[in-house]
Design a protein around this ligand. Structure first.
Ligand code: WQD
Length: 344
């Protein structure tokens, strides 16, 4: 029988792509999600892409009893990939308690239930925001953790500590923390992608909505940074590449290949790309001219960050494969498909 993996937040952007890659790798996947930032038709699309319909339970990971019941219902879950969290940086500043309750309590419940149900390993969805503005670039996993710029970023830092303390206390679990850089793009089938609620906060969904005419123009938040073209620099990573990193990480845990009970990996391409370079890359990749304007800086933005992915490449055995141009094309195809389906 295939090994069972529980994916929390599995109807979300990164979660849904990871479910497909887990299924492609032969795992049986159980998805749980409270649908606060996604909808259940993602399960239909996962089935269309992979040919396998994952079990789906609508529930909130903050509901201990409901979560306990899912573990009991699906016996023999071997590993968990924990995506479920609120993730809008700006919203976290306005509603910090919602973020602390949701993002911390959901993880605490998962960690508390794992030993009770014999679940061996957890892959935690962390973020490069824990580094703040690194002193040195590219940034390695040894870079110091800096004071978070937002409650959202702080919940990622605190969650990493909660995991470390829980493992150190003797809890019989292992963990891999994946620090994502900037996930972008969509599945090549254009059946899975990023579907932000309301006005997109992140660059690429706002860009493709501008390109298709939903938004009038894209604002570039600042071109007076100390970077070659003045705009911020990020490490934009293809979402399918990112999803594949989770499969490699779960293999590592279940095959007992870890060298420490808690391991951390930067999941990035190792290439810094500026906002203006990305815009021009989109225009070149799609032939679509973009209407944008330079405006003032956005509060909380760091100037530049990109990964040193050597540890993930050499130790984890994962490396980003997709080009920026192909990734931007996939984002555009997804936006076109949404229009075709009358969704946006
Ligand atoms: C990228 C760059 C903006 C929108 C956040 C989270 C991070 C991760 C990814 C979850 C910045 C500029 C943006 C726009 C712009 N999330 N920009 N115009 O802030 O790097 O990271 O999302 O894991 O944890 O912090 O991503 O896409 O918002 O911004 O100029 O309309 O694009 O200033 O330089 P960010 P982003």
């Amino acid at each position: 029988m295939s090994e069972r993996i529980l994916v929390t937040g599995g109807t979300g952007y990164i979660g849904s792509h990871t479910v497909v890659e887990l299924q492609n790798s032969g795992y049986e996947v159980i998805v749980i999600d409270n649908l606060s930032n996604s909808n259940a038709d993602v399960i239909d699309n996962i089935e269309k892409v992979s040919g396998i319909r994952p079990a789906f339970e609508k529930l909130d990971c903050c509901d201990f009893q409901a979560l306990d019941a899912v573990f009991a219902k699906y016996e023999g879950i071997k590993g968990i990939i924990h995506f479920a969290a609120s993730k809008a940086v700006g919203e976290s500043v306005e509603k910090p308690l919602l973020y602390y309750r949701n993002n911390l309590l959901s993880l605490i419940n998962v960690l508390e239930l794992m030993p009770k149900h014999g679940v061996e390993g957890i892959i935690f969805s962390s973020s490069c925001t824990v580094y703040g503005q690194p002193d040195q670039l590219p940034v390695t996993e040894q870079a110091p953790i800096k004071k978070a710029e937002s409650p959202y970023g702080n919940t990622k830092q605190i969650n990493e500590e909660i995991i470390r303390d829980t493992v150190a206390s003797g809890s019989p679990i292992n963990a891999i923390l994946l620090r994502y850089f900037n996930p972008i793009g969509a599945h090549p089938s254009a059946l899975l992608g990023e579907l932000p609620n309301g006005v997109p906060q992140n660059l690429v969904p706002f860009l493709t909505q501008t390109a298709i005419g939903i938004r009038e123009k894209l604002s570039v938040f600042g071109d007076d940074y100390s970077t070659p073209d003045g705009s911020c620099i990020r490490d934009f990573i293809n979402v399918v590449d990112l999803a594949k990193a989770h499969v490699v990480a779960i293999h590592r845990i279940l095959d007992k290949k870890q060298k420490e009970k808690v391991e951390v990996f930067n999941i990035g391409t190792g290439r810094g790309v500026s906002v203006l370079e990305l815009i021009h890359g989109f225009e070149k990749a799609t032939g679509v001219k973009l209407n944008y304007q330079i405006v003032g800086r956005r509060a909380g933005d760091i100037e530049q960050v990109w990964a040193n992915p050597d540890f993930a490449n050499n130790e984890l055995g994962w490396k980003a494969q997709e080009t920026l141009e192909d990734t931007l094309r996939s984002a555009w195809n997804w936006q076109l498909k949404l229009r075709e389906r009358g969704i946006q």
